[in-house]
Design a protein around this ligand. Structure first.
Ligand SMILES: C[S@@+](CC[C@H](N)C(=O)[O-])C[C@H]1O[C@@H](n2cnc3c(N)ncnc32)[C@H](O)[C@@H]1O
Length: 196
C-alpha cells in the first residue's frame, strides 16, 4: 500500500470528508443535462464518473438521478463507505480503487456522459479526464484556487490550487457553459463545460 493510500484511508476511517451534503455545483449541472449525448444502446443508463470520489456524496447523488456511476479513488476505505451508502439507498455504484497520480493513470476513452471532479487536482490527469468524456459529454469540475491563500487552513501549496482562469485554458476547446471563481470563506474555481 502506498503512503498516500494509507494516509487517505486513515482520514476516512477518522470520519474526515464524510459529509453527505452535495456541492451546489453538481445540482446546478442538472440545468445542462439535456445537452448530454443520448443514453446508451439497449436503453442502458448514461454513465457518470466521480473522480477522487471520497465517500461518494456526488456518486450517490448522480446514481439516484439515474446515471450508471463509477467512483474512483485511491482510498479503499472511502470506496467501502461509497458501497455502504449505495446499499443503504438501494442504488448501485461501481467502485474502482486506483492511484490517479501514476504515470499510466487511465480513465478510458469516450466512456462517460458526465465526469465530476470535486476538490481534487492533479494536473497531469487533465488529458485522461478529457479523453474519458464522450463527445458532447460534460465535465463538472470544482476545486480550490489560489484565492484559498487568503484564508487559513489547507491546502497551502499551489500544486493543489488552480490558477485564475486555469480551467478555462485547460478546457478551451470545450463549450464553456458556466465558469466561476469565488472567495467567500474558501477560494474555489468551478467549470461546467461540454466536449465538442
Ligand atoms: C478532498 S477529498 C474530495 C473527495 C470528494 N471528491 C468530495 O468532494 O467529497 C480528495 C480525494 O482525493 C482522493 N485522492 C487523493 N490522492 C489520490 C490519488 N493519487 N488517486 C486517486 N484518488 C486520490 C482522496 O482519497 C480523497 O477521496
Amino acid at each position: 500500500m502506498s503512503s498516500a493510500e494509507a494516509e487517505w484511508d486513515e482520514r476516512f476511517r477518522r470520519g474526515d470528508h464524510a459529509s453527505v451534503e452535495i456541492d451546489p455545483l453538481i445540482e446546478l449541472s442538472k440545468n445542462y443535462w439535456s445537452l448530454l449525448p443520448a443514453g446508451r444502446p439497449n436503453g442502458r443508463k448514461p454513465r457518470a464518473l466521480d473522480v477522487a470520489s471520497g465517500a461518494g456524496r456526488h456518486a450517490v447523488y448522480l446514481a439516484a438521478q439515474g446515471f450508471d456511476v463509477t467512483a474512483v479513488d485511491i482510498s479503499s476505505e472511502a470506496l467501502s463507505q461509497v458501497a455502504q451508502r449505495a446499499v443503504a439507498q438501494n442504488i448501485s455504484i461501481e467502485t474502482r480503487q486506483a492511484d490517479l497520480e501514476t504515470a499510466d493513470a487511465d480513465l478510458g476513452e469516450s466512456l462517460y456522459n458526465l465526469v465530476a471532479v470535486f476538490f481534487y487536482l492533479h494536473r497531469p490527469l487533465f488529458s485522461a479526464l478529457r479523453r474519458a468524456i464522450r463527445p458532447q459529454g460534460i465535465i463538472v469540475y470544482k476545486t480550490y484556487s489560489v484565492d484559498q491563500l487568503r484564508y487559513p487552513g489547507r491546502p497551502r501549496h499551489r500544486i493543489h490550487m488552480l490558477e485564475h482562469n486555469e480551467l478555462l485554458r485547460e478546457f478551451s476547446d470545450f463549450r464553456v457553459l458556466r465558469y466561476e471563481e469565488e472567495w467567500d470563506g474558501k477560494g474555489t474555481a468551478s467549470l461546467i463545460a461540454r466536449k465538442p
